[in-house]
Design a protein around this ligand. Structure first.
Ligand SMILES: Nc1ncnc2c1ncn2[C@@H]1O[C@H](COP(=O)(O)OP(=O)(O)OP(=O)(O)O)[C@@H](O)[C@H]1O
Length: 591
């Protein structure tokens, strides 16, 4: 098993690549985007046109005392401002729609990618972190698309309109103002890098907080039973503090960047005042033109200031995009091979051929040659950590052997489709996983065709029907998050019913170690007996009766299969099994 956790550092995924990706997601909605852009173009034109009233008023209306023009000026300004409302609303509403639609597909892609990721991907990455990538990071991109890019377009249009006008009216003054721009350019580049790094930190610390929340909320009983509330508060506070510090660090850079940009803009204003006054005295400009120029320099400041704010959003989004791409770029190792056929299980004979397996560098199974007979029950025994669970997980291809291969009825399992393989394997494990839904949904999970009668029949055979019927809502009763509203034995029986409904040819059973009362134990055993009948079963055995009743036993020790045979044969061998039996199982006779 190869691979490592998703990166902890920014990868400098180029901003250009992010925009290219976003662009391809926006393209299907080009009509809405085009209307939004046209609206934005009008916004820019109106914002540009309104100051012209100042020049006209100062240079024409006041000197020529055209009082009757004032009404038209009011109509013009208020009319323009009203149109501005309409166009601004249209632009921002439509872009919000486009942003939501584009990111809806990204979030779906991301989820679908994660659903198909290897089990080892989830071993390596923490749930809170993955959730954070799905939610916060995608939201960041959404913000950029919906509001950020719209502002950018408005600003670009305004910038082009104003600078063209300035050059047209007074190119010398316009050139002087534009000379300040390279300074802005360098400032922007310098701060972009710093702000981006800072936001990577921010998002990383946020994910860390999410991880902590996920762990402690889902493990709240553990926290309380060890009276660790205070400790966890401290731990949370520490992560919260890292997040605060990272945010403050980002804010420091950002707060410095804004005023520096402002300073450069005031430099521009100083140039207009001095050079403009000079030219007006020399008769080359009018007072109205200076006034309009000053308003325009101010208006130019808006795009630049907003671009600086947008840069903040872009850097945040780029950091988020990096984190999303890190997920999207991990390729699952375990997938359907080319030309895979569905697995056709006739008997259910499972063979391990010289199978070795390592988690990263930890060799857990070593050259295992084992045969699990069709329709029979094989108990796997061995000390804790000897590789029993891992061995069963290789059959479902949750992991692939590092060496050797596995066959079912002579067909290599890595040559058939994953869905056909997994759909014929039932897993019943000691930690029963139930989703927050009704009992019905949990039994029917994965069996969309099943009728209510099928489900009820499965529950009956699993000895679950009687307790379900006693619940006020019966099969429609909700089980709570992870099934908290049910007892351990009830959860077990539901999971047996679920496996029965699936009707698999192979059963992988991790026997419960937790002590249940004898009554619950008896019903579970009865249900299990129904489930295992005539199916190839691998059971990680914890109970004496299970190994005694098993058709075959294999003994693992430090990843090696050291013995195999029936209970009697193995006892007679007087080897590892006998010692294991004496140390682990024999006392059960008396318990
Ligand atoms: N997802 C994993 N990632 C890395 N190492 C793992 C993983 N799961 C198990 N291991 C390691 O592999 C070894 C075998 O674990 P496995 O769970 O297969 O043993 P086991 O015999 O089932 O143990 P137990 O009886 O205690 O459940 C152990 O050393 C364990 O630390």
């Amino acid at each position: 098993m190869k691979g490592s956790a998703l990166e902890e550092k920014p990868r400098k995924q180029s901003v250009r690549q992010m925009f290219a990706d976003l662009f391809s997601r926006v393209r299907p909605h080009w009509r809405l985007t085009l209307i939004a852009l046209i609206a934005v173009l009008f916004v820019a034109l109106i914002e540009f046109a309104l100051p012209q009233f100042i020049q006209y008023t100062i240079d024409v209306v006041i000197p020529e005392q055209q009082l009757d023009m004032l009404i038209w000026i009011i109509v013009g300004v208020i009319g323009g401002a009203t149109l501005l409302i309409g166009f601004q609303f249209t632009g921002s509403y439509l872009m919000a729609i486009v942003g939501q639609r584009a990111l809806y597909t990204l979030r779906n892609d991301l989820y679908s990618h994660m659903q198909h990721a290897d089990v080892s991907f989830f071993d390596r990455n923490r749930t809170g972190d993955l959730m954070s990538r799905m939610t916060n990071d995608v939201n960041m991109l959404q913000q950029l698309l919906s509001s950020g890019l719209l502002n950018l377009m408005t600003d670009i249009f305004i910038f082009i309109a104003i600078s063209t006008y300035m050059f047209y009216v007074n190119w010398q003054l316009a050139t002087l103002i534009l000379l300040t721009f390279p300074l802005l350019f360098f400032l922007t580049r310098y701060f972009a890098k710093r702000i981006r790094r800072a936001y990577w930190e921010v998002q990383g610390t946020l994910a860390d907080m999410n991880n902590h929340l996920q762990d402690t909320f889902s493990g709240i009983r553990l926290v309380k039973s060890f009276a660790m509330e205070g400790h966890e508060e401290e731990q949370f506070s520490r992560r919260n503090e890292s997040n605060r510090k990272a945010n403050i660090h980002a804010a420091k850079n950002f707060s410095l960047f804004g005023p520096l940009v402002n300073f450069v803009n005031y430099l521009g204003m100083a140039i207009v005042i001095v050079v403009g006054a000079w030219q007006t005295i020399g008769g080359e400009m009018t007072v109205g033109m200076i006034a309009t120029f000053i308003v325009y320099v101010r208006l130019l400041q808006n795009p630049i200031r907003r671009v600086s704010r947008l840069m903040n959003t872009i850097q945040q989004a780029a950091a988020a995009y990096d984190r999303i791409m890190a997920v999207l770029e991990t390729k699952p190792v375990i997938q359907d091979p080319a030309h895979a056929k569905p697995l056709d299980i006739r008997h259910g004979d499972i063979h391990f051929h010289h199978v070795s397996f390592a988690y990263e560098d930890n060799l857990v199974l070593k050259e295992v040659d084992a045969h699990f007979h069709a329709g029979k029950t094989t108990a796997i025994v061995g000390p804790s950590g000897s590789g029993k669970t891992t061995l069963t997980q290789l059959i479902s291809r949750f992991y692939d052997p590092t060496d050797g291969h596995i066959t079912i009825d002579g067909t290599r399992i890595d040559e058939v489709t994953l869905s056909s393989l997994r759909s014929q394997i039932g897993v019943v494990s000691q930690d029963v996983v139930l989703f927050n839904g009704t009992i019905y949904d949990n039994i029917a999970y994965g069996q969309t065709q099943a009728s209510f009668d099928d489900i009820r029949q499965a529950a009956r055979v699993a000895y679950a029907d009687s307790f379900i019927e006693e619940l006020a809502d019966g099969y429609e009763a909700t089980v709570g998050e992870r099934g908290v509203k049910l007892s351990g034995g009830q959860k077990q029986r539901i999971s047996i019913a679920r496996a029965l409904l699936k009707d698999p040819s192979i059963i992988l059973l991790d026997e419960a170690t937790s002590a249940l009362d004898t009554e619950a134990e008896k019903t579970i055993q009865a249900g299990l007996a129904e489930l295992l009948q005539d199916r190839t079963t691998l059971v990680i055995a914890h109970r004496l009766s299970t190994i005694q009743n098993a058709d075959h036993i294999i003994v693992l020790d430090e990843g090696r299969m050291i013995e195999q045979g029936t209970h009697r044969e193995l006892l007679e061998k007087n080897g590892h099994y006998r010692r294991l039996y004496q140390s682990q199982f024999q006392q059960q006779v008396f318990s």
